[in-house]
Design a protein around this ligand. Structure first.
Ligand SMILES: [Zn+2]
Length: 174
């Protein structure tokens, strides 16, 4: 059995504790000063199944990958791309174009405030392909028709952007 990779931090704590950290499932161990490296390794090995389970769960969550922050210079570049795409897709989907903004977001690619008719897109999209940006825009526009992600939502997505499942998988790195 392989021992998962982990880092150890010594702290004045009573018990050894293991955490699996998002977004990539890094394993962090906090241990009292008197516990030996060997005991820590044994403890990690004992918890291996639990660690792997959490790492797998994290891998399937649609979160942004942790990477170098997107440079501010890309913000106007992204804005310039969003405008025409929102116009185009709102028109195709029979919607009044919503307002939009770009923000640094930690866990999502976009959000839609249906009451304010405002969509917010992650600055991190500046680093992804244009068609993935387009997918997120169509997704958020679809929320102006459907709040949740149920069958009705999917039907609208499929009608306008039939290749959406593949795009979503690419966006989330799968
Ligand atoms: Zn959504």
């Amino acid at each position: 059995m392989n021992l998962p990779a982990y880092t150890v931090t010594r702290k004045p704590v009573k018990y050894t504790r293991i955490r699996v950290l998002p977004p990539d499932g890094r394993v962090a161990v906090t241990a009292p000063r008197h516990v030996s490296e060997r005991d820590i390794a044994r403890f990690v090995l004992e918890k291996r199944a639990w660690i792997v389970k959490h790492q797998e769960r994290m891998a399937s969550a649609p979160s942004l990958p942790e990477a170098e922050p997107v440079p501010e210079e890309l913000r106007p570049v992204l804005y310039a791309k969003i405008g025409p795409l929102v116009e185009y897709w709102a028109d195709r989907m029979g919607l009044v174009p919503p307002t939009y903004s770009v923000r640094r977001m930690r866990s999502r690619w976009g959000t839609c405030n249906t009451q304010r008719r405002h969509i917010t897109l992650a600055l991190e999209l500046a680093r992804r392909d244009d068609e993935l940006l387009e997918y997120v825009i169509v997704h958020e526009l679809t929320h102006l028709y459907e709040r949740g992600h149920g069958p009705a939502f999917k039907a609208i997505m499929t009608r306008y952007l039939p290749e959406w499942p593949g795009l979503r998988a690419r966006l989330n790195g799968r």
